[in-house]
Design a protein around this ligand. Structure first.
Ligand code: NAD
Length: 441
């Protein structure tokens, strides 16, 4: 049996490598030639813990291969997994052009009956469109069934999440095809939920919208804490101990980013327009997040007046730790604003600096470590909770900075310790110490 995976990004590559790991014969196809060259040499173009090692093992044992030859990828494939990007269009809806490209490639090269599994996050109804598109291209004697199989892995723990998924959702209108895909997943031994296609498509958006809601909710409570003199750490703990609520996704901070929550919440909002439904909560979640991303910057502006010529260090650039993904990362928005203010910016991230330099080039100083980034700074912004950043010794800020002012978007330090250390410390949902700032309303 042969599996072809289309798209070798965070989802497609992890999927292809993990399928090879459990014993399937997998060919991964991507339109980016350099990516395929890199992968064929056993090098991983993205930062994903454990992935490169597993990739090399399966290249060596011959179960995994990479190609940018569409015909070769499609030849004799029994299953096609589509994991191409579905980024945000200007109007907030999902851009399906990469999906359409992949479908055309498959349709034009198919040489036997196959099952096409859509892993990419796509608007409800897309699987039906894909089915119609394929029907129009493939020879009449061939049969392709389309199945929705949304992905829930998290960047930074993609392999772990694949082998220990909470659930595998398989949406098929034809039960037997759904069961065939379920059998493929049996070696993972994870709970499988079989649904109709439209429900599977919606599960993905609903899951991300719910998690984004939790984040925006706790950020609103954090803001209330600042107005009311409460502490978000204690409040979040207190509500999270209720098992009906749960403690995950209750870390107040600088808002959600990444390649999924921002685009998926907006795509779902756009989808609701098509059925004339006003999804009020979702609209607020998006609005709250956009305001939250600006809070630290506004506090700094209030404190400094002008940031022109100020030496500012940004610690953490990726949208979350253990990944190099900077899509919609709060740090990227902050840097753009600081540049507008003509601040003098140094940045540090254990994995994402290379990607950031492709965006901002020589306008930033890319430090080799946190020490080098904060040396001589007037202010530090903590944007990503990498362990080496959260565990960074508080005393070193005092030692290395021109004046110790920290804007901590991840609540890394104990407020009382920062106060005792004589550091001007501004975090989220907790009292600022050794300094006075207020929230943007
Ligand atoms: N990144 C995540 O954590 C995550 C989690 C769950 C679901 N998803 C969803 O999975 C999908 C993929 O996300 P990603 O983060 O892996 O994207 P990505 O941008 O990292 O990778 C997409 C890949 O698809 C390739 N591609 C584009 N057109 C192609 C074509 N016609 N044929 C073959 N390859 C093509 C691109 O070159 C790129 O390598 C998206 O719909 C996303 O919403 C992502």
């Amino acid at each position: 049996m042969k599996i072809a995976v289309f798209g070798t990004g965070y989802v497609g590559l992890v999927t292809g490598v993990c399928f090879a790991e459990i014993g399937y014969n997998v060919t991964c196809f991507d339109i980016e030639e350099t990516k395929i060259d890199t992968l064929s040499q056993g090098k991983c173009p993205i930062f994903e813990p454990g992935l490169e090692e597993m990739l090399r093992r399966n290249l060596a044992n011959g179960r995994l291969s990479f190609t940018n030859d569409g015909k070769a990828a499609c030849r004799n494939a029994d299953y096609f997994f589509i994991a191409v990007g579905t980024p945000e269009k200007e109007d907030g809806s999902a851009n399906l052009e990469y999906l359409e490209g992949a479908i055309a490639e498959i349709g034009n090269n198919l040489n036997k009956d196959a099952i096409l599994v859509i892993k990419s996050t796509v608007p409800v109804g897309t699987n039906e469109l894909v089915k119609d598109k394929l029907k129009a291209i493939i020879p009449r004697e061939l049969r392709v069934c389309v199945v929705s199989n949304p992905e829930f892995l998290r960047e930074g723990s993609g392999i772990l999440d694949t082998f220990h998924a909470d659930r595998i959702v398989i949406g098929a209108d034809d039960q037997e095809t759904g069961r065939a895909v379920a059998r493929l997943y049996e070696p993972f031994d994870r709970p499988i939920l079989q649904t109709d296609v439209r429900s599977a498509e919606l599960i993905k958006y609903a899951a991300n919208a719910f998690l984004a809601t939790k984040i925006s909710f706790i950020n609103e409570i954090a803001n209330l804490c600042e107005y009311m003199g409460a502490d978000i750490g204690d409040v979040a703990k207190g509500i999270g101990m209720d098992h009906r609520i749960g403690s995950q996704f209750l870390n107040a901070g600088i808002g959600y980013g990444g390649s999924c929550f921002p685009k998926d919440t907006k795509a779902l909002e756009k989808l609701t327009e098509s059925c004339n439904y006003d999804f009020k909560i979702l609209r607020s979640v998006i609005e709250v997040n956009s305001r939250q991303k600006q809070q630290l910057f506004y506090k700094a502006k209030e404190l400094f007046g002008s940031l022109h010529g100020k030496r500012v260090a940004v610690l953490g650039l990726a949208f979350k730790p253990h990944t190099d993904d900077i899509r919609e990362a709060p740090a990227m928005e902050l840097i753009a604003r600081l540049l507008d203010e003509q601040a003098d910016i140094s940045v540090y991230d254990p994995a994402a600096s290379g990607k950031v330099s492709q965006v901002f080039g020589s306008r930033l100083y890319y430090a080799e470590n946190a020490d080098a980034a904060i040396k001589g700074a007037d202010a530090v912004f903590i944007m990503t909770e990498w362990p080496e950043i959260t565990e960074y010794d508080l005393a070193r800020y005092r030692l290395l900075m021109r004046q110790p002012i920290i804007f901590d978007g991840r609540n890394c330090y104990d407020v009382a310790e920062a106060e005792a250390a004589g550091i001007a410390y501004v975090s989220v949902g907790r009292k600022a110490v050794n300094v006075q700032v207020s929230l943007k309303r």
